[in-house]
Design a protein around this ligand. Structure first.
Ligand SMILES: [Zn+2]
Length: 112
């Protein structure tokens, strides 16, 4: 255990990297990654239509919380809908479709 006062706690660095990545995603002027509708940045959290950062592959499933390719800007309500389910499922659910159940195996193979 280093006694150097400049020693940086890796967990603290991870949190800083995560916050920085989230700020960068929130600063983007992109539509919701789930429902595709615009996000009004003037709406303040915790309004359901406020902006949130979604981890496309949840961290609990091995996704990165700091890789911008795994992060997208979404509505808070859409992010809550998705929870830890797949992006494809959340997109269908946000359109009011229920063709896929979260645990169902698709009948057709998609291109991803
Ligand atoms: Zn949305």
């Amino acid at each position: 255990m280093p006694h150097d006062r400049n020693y940086k706690d890796p967990r603290r660095l991870n949190r800083q990297a995560r916050n920085l990545a989230r700020q960068r995603v929130l600063a983007q002027q992109t539509p919701c990654g789930i429902c595709g509708k615009p996000i009004d940045d003037s709406i303040k959290w915790p309004d359901p239509m406020s902006a949130e950062v979604d981890e496309i592959i949840p961290v609990s499933r091995g996704g990165s919380a700091t890789d911008l390719r795994n992060l997208q800007k979404t509505h808070r309500c859409c992010n809550q809908l998705k929870s830890d389910k797949s992006l494809a499922w959340a997109r269908q659910a946000s359109q009011g479709k229920s063709a896929l159940k979260p645990t169902a195996i698709p009948f057709k193979t998609s291109d991803w």
